[in-house]
Design a binder for this molecule. Structure first.
Ligand code: FMN
Length: 342
């Protein structure tokens, strides 16, 4: 049974494996999604580079985009073989590139094709095939039209619907498409009432765990995107309050764990900045959070991270929030996952 109560949205150039690893340090329960990956890239590209991930990232979904049932089915099969827990089909991307390629949101105009795709994907894999869709297109969406789309996809075997609760306006930029069309979470709530046997996750503009919890009274799950990237500690209480796990991470512990991760990755040839760039917001809104960001952004190296860590530790020491690390330093301070209750 999938636990979809809380997830982090697929975001191109954001939710790569390094950011996902960081988020996993903050919450063990939250479900993670890859960046949107076009089927042809999976079929022809460097699969290891595109699809590999660490076991800690589970539960983890691969988001695919494409328009050809056969290619998508094959890409899904490859994803399953890599160990993904879920294959998600993108039916929400409004970009020009997606329109040219006939994938993403514009597929919502051709539900017969969507059914063919979903059937082919469903036959190719044993893990759940899910969708992430918008309410409709060009601001002409109706609740009836949305419900019909859900029915059509359910007929093709889909049981989980992640709904970015706004229309896609194909003439607008991708960025504007995340702001301009009005949010209608109430439609997703209503879908749950009308199709109680299906699973619905609502997404769009949710900024806090408190807000997420209030949606959870009406739907099966909530997906947060930008709020998590802008401050991963928006999920600070997710394990405790959503998943009933008695842990609460500390920013400093996560930073130390990421330092160890960076060193491990460096041995495999990963440039430090590929990891560090996702750590810029780790102390957002905290004392010295801006300085942390500046040191990492300017230095882009392990040495810069060490300087920033020293600075934060001094601050924390002064605040008396927690004890300083022991004389053995980071070996002691890298206990794997963040400790509880700090
Ligand atoms: C930088 C960025 C990249 C995104 N890339 C994807 C993507 O690859 N696949 C997808 O389905 N949605 C993508 N989205 C949309 C998000 O998944 C999400 O639906 C949207 O940001 C609304 O949620 P939020 O308000 O919580 O951020 C992206 C959003 C952002 C900000």
């Amino acid at each position: 049974m999938l636990d979809l109560r809380l997830s982090v949205a697929p975001m191109v150039d954001r939710t790569d494996r390094h950011f996902r690893f960081l988020v996993r340090q903050v919450s063990l329960g939250v479900r993670l999604y890859t960046e949107m990956t076009v089927d042809q890239a999976v079929l022809r590209g460097n699969r290891e580079r595109l699809l590999a991930f660490r076991p800690e990232e589970h539960p983890l979904a691969l988001q695919l985009a494409g328009s050809d049932p056969k290619s998508l089915a094959e890409a899904a099969r490859i994803g399953e073989a890599f160990g993904y827990d879920e294959i998600n089909l993108n039916l929400g991307c409004p970009s020009e590139k997606a329109q040219e390629g006939g994938y993403g949101a514009c597929l919502l105009l051709d539900l017969v094709r969507v059914q063919e795709i979903l059937k082919a994907m469903g036959e190719a894999v044993r893990v759940p095939v899910t969708v992430k869709l918008r309410l409709g297109l060009e601001g002409r969406e109706t609740y009836r039209g949305l419900a019909q789309a859900v029915e059509a996809m359910a007929e093709a075997g889909v049981k989980v619907f992640v709904v970015h609760a706004r229309s896609a306006l194909l003439a607008l930029s991708t960025k504007a498409n995340r702001e301009v069309p009005p949010l209608r979470h109430d439609w997703v709530h209503r879908l749950k009432g009308d199709f109680p046997q299906l699973t619905f996750v609502t997404n769009g503009g949710i900024r806090s765990l408190e807000e997420a919890l209030s949606h959870l009274e009406k739907v099966d799950g909530v997906m947060l995107g930008r709020a998590v990237y802008e401050d991963p500690f928006v999920l600070e209480e997710a394990d405790r309050r959503v998943f009933g796990l008695p842990r609460r991470p500390s920013r400093l512990d996560v930073a130390w764990r990421m330092r160890a991760y960076l060193e491990e990755e460096a041995l495999k040839g990963t440039p430090p900045w590929a990891v560090l760039r996702h750590m810029l917001n780790l102390f957002r809104g905290r004392p010295k959070g801006r300085l942390w960001r500046r040191l990492l952004g300017e230095g882009r190296s392990l040495q810069a991270l060490d300087r920033a860590l020293r600075l934060i530790e001094e601050e924390v020491g002064e605040e008396g929030e927690k004890e300083k690390p022991g004389p053995k330093g980071q070996a002691e301070r890298a206990p794997g996952l963040a400790r509880e209750g700090v």
